[in-house]
Write a protein that binds this ligand. Structure first.
Ligand SMILES: Cc1cc2nc3c(=O)[nH]c(=O)nc-3n(C[C@H](O)[C@H](O)[C@H](O)COP(=O)(O)OP(=O)(O)OC[C@H]3O[C@@H](n4cnc5c(N)ncnc54)[C@H](O)[C@@H]3O)c2cc1C
Length: 380
């Protein structure tokens, strides 16, 4: 049938663009549906830079997925003849004996990942412009770095279109229904039919998951670009990505990408929102007070004032793990919420996993941590 697809991907952001590509590359007839334009700045996948790393303090079972993500990132770069991942290295520092420290040690005990462990004196010797608290433990990950989120979305979309995918933009899914025969998606312009539906609607997936009994929180986060008095220590040739967790909060930042400013943000904090359509665009004093304090405490006289910002939506599960599973009532529908502020680095592998789940292939990678029943009240 002309207008019948093997799969519809609802939401073509970070995860949906990857899914669109991975469905199309194996010859499936796939249609992506996006309410805005790919690479837009109203969801979760924008702001010039995202941390990419393999060592995971949250749970070591994320590491095999990252190995596959790195492979797929390299394939995508080769295909597009474009550098998407910038391996500038990553330092992460936290308080000794904190959940971060214990999680990192557990990760390195489980997976042989390249890393160096430094005390504060060693970290200061390497990066004298960063003032770390005395009781920090510092890890250097030479395989870490950053990716440009908008570029990843565009690269996946362009590759998917080359492979024959259909993409409908500026068109919103209003509702869907599924039965034994297939799925039907109603948009503000038409009705689409397919064998399968993948919901990669980012922060807009929350009502769907809440209906199933999952507790989710939505937060408005702000990424802030700071002026610095001397840009030289922040050049990518000498400055790694940094994740710094201390008693004042959890922060991270990137080397300068424009030769003028440094982007940092707070992992902790954020303002709770009732709906994904609630962002307002302004930078409030309360958005950056803690971050500005962190900049001064960490970079001393180098830290200047905030000169630009972007809002971003972050969805959180209670334990910060992703949700990726087949819908419990509709086997033709796959739910995907790789959220809690750390999903971007998995976008390359996520498309492949979603294709496998949707087409009944048991993924070779272990994703049991992300099964829906882990988030339901009856879960043991
Ligand atoms: C400030 C911030 C910093 C982060 N830092 C990192 C980091 O350093 N490293 C990392 O790995 N991760 C990070 N993350 C997390 C990561 O960015 C997200 O996990 C990831 O981008 C989520 O992608 P997504 O595809 O689920 O959502 P999105 O990219 O938002 O995609 C969802 C898409 O669905 C579309 N959509 C929704 N509803 C509909 C509908 N009804 N019809 C049609 N289209 C619809 C939306 O318009 C959107 O394009 C960060 C997130 C934020 C917000």
């Amino acid at each position: 049938m002309k207008d019948h697809y093997d799969a519809i991907i609802a939401g073509v952001g970070g995860m949906g663009s990857s899914a669109l590509f991975h469905f199309a590359r194996v010859g499936l007839k796939v249609c992506g549906l996006e309410q805005f334009q790919p690479g837009h700045n109203r969801g979760s996948t924008h702001g010039d830079s995202r941390i990419v790393r393999k060592a995971y303090f949250l749970d070591p079972s994320y590491v095999p997925l990252m190995h596959r993500s790195y492979e797929l990132m390299a394939e995508l770069e080769a295909r597009r003849k474009q550098r998407l991942f910038h391996r500038v290295g990553l330092i992460s520092a936290g308080v000794i004996d904190s959940p971060f420290h214990r999680g990192m040690e557990r990760c390195f005990a489980t997976h042989p990942l390249p890393h160096e462990r430094w005390n504060v004196d060693e970290a200061r010797r390497r990066y004298p412009h960063m003032l770390l608290p005395e009781d920090s433990v510092v890890y250097f990950d030479p395989t870490g770095g950053y990716g440009n989120p908008e570029a990843f979305v565009q690269a996946h979309v362009a590759s998917a279109l080359e492979e024959g995918a259909t993409l409908l933009t500026g068109e919103r899914m209003l509702s869907w229904r599924a039965d034994a025969a297939g799925v039907e998606v109603t948009t503000d312009a038409r009705t689409l039919r397919a064998d399968r539906l993948v919901l990669t609607t980012g922060a807009w997936i929350i009502p769907e998951l809440v209906k199933l009994g999952v507790k989710m929180t939505l937060k408005r986060k702000v990424q802030v670009w700071y002026e610095v008095t001397d840009i030289r220590p922040f050049r990518p040739e000498v400055c790694p990505v940094f994740i710094l967790k201390n008693r004042g909060g959890d922060f991270y930042g990137f080397p300068t990408l424009d030769g003028r400013t440094v982007k940092t943000a707070e992992t902790s904090g954020g303002t709770e929102l009732a709906s994904a359509d609630e962002q307002h665009g302004r930078l409030l004093e309360s958005d950056h007070a803690n971050l500005t304090r962190f900049m001064r405490n960490t970079f001393g006289g180098l830290a200047g004032r905030p000169v630009a910002h972007q809002e971003c939506l972050q969805t959180f599960t209670e334990n910060q793990n992703f949700i990726i599973d087949v819908h419990p009532a509709h086997p033709r529908v796959v739910l995907c919420s790789p959220c809690s502020g750390h999903g971007f680095k998995f976008t390359p592998v996520m498309g492949e996993l979603l294709r496998q789940l949707a087409t009944g292939i048991t993924p070779a990678l272990d994703i049991s941590l992300f099964r829906l029943n882990r988030f339901l009240p009856t879960a043991s």
